[in-house]
Design a protein around this ligand. Structure first.
Ligand code: GLA
Length: 389
């Protein structure tokens, strides 16, 4: 059991005296609604049963000791509550440090340091939000260890704040929200303009969610993520000269077509088109799911990929190959890239009997074309963060 291994590793490194607590926070996959969360649109992500395990013990001084079982070579990384600044060489520990810093900024200062061991069974840098998972597990730990009065929604907002302000990644709210607010068997239909949300059961009678990991590593910082954001911001300010809106998500497709010429550059017009149409697709997809029309939901997933490929241009040959090979297989209801793009994963809804041929055929075609293998995960939708022991 993973929980036991994490605790044992903690005891080997840091001793077994005192109270050791164990926690878990999930990763996430977004079913539809991509690059809409910083455009005031809707998203539809869910938490997974894979995620980040953490063993922790409070200290009596201000030291922090961090160890990740995923980055064993780095060994124990030491810091302190007096050194809460971003440091490139601090690697993954910038995520927990960013959370401690962000809590402090919100008036919740940790009164002592702690020792922390992490293990994640989400593939790193795959687009399943391993970093947001580390942020939320750390936030949950801070709340529990020091008795801070924060809701899970607060954890999501603090997580995004730390990612934006400490780690310098200009992400939206989707990842941290999906993880902090996860519910087993449900996706979260979130309006990022208002933070209103509803849980929608994902009932795929006779089908599974399959994640295909391209193994092309990406990081939001070095990707074109921030560039896409600013293209959308510029397009919005151009549109605002023609129509009264506060975000691209305020527009219907018809309104976009009516006002799109206010955007003076072809590329920017395509970016804005994606943001508007993807938001409307997400609303339609959730309605289709509620009407038990999984087929329609799948068609909208496919349309989402095409738009991300042609208009938003965030896919690349690896993700396109995974999706286009998936579309060839009987029993694939829908398939698209998920997350920021530029590498990472795709998400597909695949009929039970097609899962094995899917993995075999997409896997073989991908390796032949790209030159290295993809990984496949049949996933389950899980709950948000939890204390395990
Ligand atoms: C990343 C960001 C999210 C969201 C997606 C794209 O995962 O962290 O906020 O913008 O990309 O939908």
């Amino acid at each position: 059991m993973i929980e036991k291994k994490v605790r044992e590793t903690f005891e080997e490194l840091f001793g077994n005296d005192g109270e050791i607590r164990v926690y878990f926070a999930p990763g996430r996959v977004n079913m539809i609604g991509e690059h809409t969360d910083y455009n005031g649109g809707h998203v539809f992500p869910c938490a997974l049963t894979i995620g980040t395990y953490a063993a922790v013990r409070k200290r009596t001084d201000r030291r922090l000791r961090f160890y990740s079982m995923n980055f064993e070579k780095r060994g124990v990384i030491e810091s302190s509550l007096d050194e809460l600044t971003y440091q490139e060489e601090a690697g993954w520990t910038n995520y927990p440090k960013g959370m401690i810093w962000a809590f402090g900024e919100k008036g919740m200062k940790a009164e002592s340091g702690f020792d922390l061991v992490l293990f994640g069974n989400i593939p790193n840098a795959s687009g399943l939000s391993s970093s947001a998972s580390v942020e939320i597990v750390t936030g949950y730990i801070l709340k529990d260890l020091f008795g801070f009065d924060v809701s899970n929604q607060d954890l999501a907002l603090i997580g995004q704040y730390s990612e934006n302000r400490f780690n310098g990644v200009n992400c939206g709210i989707m990842d941290q929200f999906a993880i902090a607010m996860g519910r087993q068997g449900h996706a979260i239909f979130l309006d990022t303009a208002t933070l209103q949300y509803e849980y929608a059961p994902i009932q795929l009678a006779g089908a599974k969610i399959v994640i295909s990991c391209s193994n092309k590593k990406r990081g939001l910082g070095d990707s074109k993520y921030n560039e896409r954001r600013s293209e959308c911001e510029t397009a919005l300010s151009e549109l605002q000269k023609a129509v009264k809106i506060s975000a691209l998500g305020d527009l219907t497709e018809e309104q976009f077509e009516q006002y799109k010429d206010a955007i003076t550059d072809d590329v920017r017009r395509k970016r804005a088109k994606h943001a508007v149409y993807e938001n409307q697709r997400t609303i339609q997809a959730v309605a289709a799911l509620r009407a038990n029309d999984v087929k329609r939901f799948g068609e909208l997933m496919n349309a989402s990929h095409v738009s991300l490929r042609d208009d938003y241009e965030v896919t690349g040959v690896e993700l396109d190959t995974l999706v286009e090979e998936a579309w060839k297989i009987d029993g694939v209801i829908g398939s698209r890239m998920t997350g920021a793009g530029f590498g990472g994963c795709t998400v597909s809804i695949v009929k039970d009997e097609a899962v094995e041929p899917f993995i075999a055929q997409v896997g073989a075609a991908y390796e032949k074309k790209i030159g290295y293998a993809a990984d496949f995960y049949v996933v389950e939708i899980g709950d948000g963060p939890v204390r395990l022991a």
